[in-house]
Design a protein around this ligand. Sequence first.
Ligand SMILES: [Zn+2]
Ligand SMILES: [Zn+2]
Length: 424
Amino acid sequence: MESALTAAEKVLAPLPELSPDVEEMYEDLHRHPELGFQEVRTAGIAARSLRACGYGVHEGVGGTGVVGLLRNGEGPVVLLRADMDGLPVAEDTGLDYAATDATGVREGRRVPVMHACGHDVHVACLVGAARLLARSRDHWSGTVVALFQPAEELGTGARAMVEDGLYERVPRPDAVLAQHVSPLAAGHAAYCPGESMAASDEVRITFHGVGGHGSRPEAANDPVLTAAAFVLRVQMVVSREIPARERAVLTVGSITAGEAANVIPETAEVALNVRSFDPAVRERILASVERIARAESDAAGAPRHPDVRHTGGFPLTRNDDVLMEKVNAALRARLGEDRVHEIGPVTGSEDVQYIADAAGAPLYYWWLGGWEPEEFLRAYRAGTADRDIPANHSPRFAPVRRPTLDTGVAAMAVAALSCLASAD
Ligand SMILES: [Zn+2]
Ligand SMILES: [Zn+2]
């Protein structure tokens, strides 16, 4: 009987030999970032790499999604997920492999593109882990599904793959695993039990008024004032309606109305974003937003009720306790007992939960450190990490290649192994 640790060591043995390939792929991906649903080149690289090591590959799943299948006898099915998209950000890292000229199309306009969220790290690490698992089929049994997802940043890529028949092409997994690079010390991993990332909802509200001359408001009905009153009152939802023990954020990010100083417009549009960690809290906030929008509109004597539209969002990210403990044991055995840290929840959001929920499978999603460890620790001890270390989505977000990539490949491989069956 082979112990889990021994199997992990055997699976990871070829890693030093694979590292230069992973690093080269990472630099290439970083130089050529692509926006959500435009990841044609990235998807091609993922598909070729999977085929080359024996995976059955489906391309064009949910647009540009790629999913590889490696069947290796009886045992659990484990799905490993990487997201592929870059962001409309102009890179300012000064790296010699920076994507200084990369562009993409967003809403009909050409915009700069950068891997400012590190999805290039995720793709390179998953390819590395998929190769290690393919080379070590004697040491495990079960099925590995390697999934490369488009458009995580848009919150629609995971759903697109599921709705395009993901689980008609590959078996439903028993576990879904994903990692995200973040401004923590490289060589380390971090996790949050339970609700680890917020649900996010985007709501757009159009207030209707009656347009007219700015000098004669009595003959009009001013939607700008209604929108302004709404923006103030809606701030009271989190402070007055949500218990202090719950966490929620409500931000109005956009107000659009009118063209001229002396014209009262017909409509005013408000767009807001809600982050929550509990489905009941989420429902309460969304209902209150709608109630306040109607009430302000009524209070103003508006000609008709406002239009309230839910225009997008991300599900809550929820780590499964049992899966988390199992994978963390494998991560600790590989990275070191003191290099896997529990941290609090994050108000950012993710759409990987769709992939798990659509299969009825548990999810475990952890953070992969990407910053130079000494520099990170210095900033952390001084309490200046938030200021000194560029976070995800910053034009200066620049994970170090070593040991981030090796750690990410190893973490994904041992995590997968902890969910698969032992070969003997
Ligand atoms: Zn991001
Ligand atoms: Zn991201």
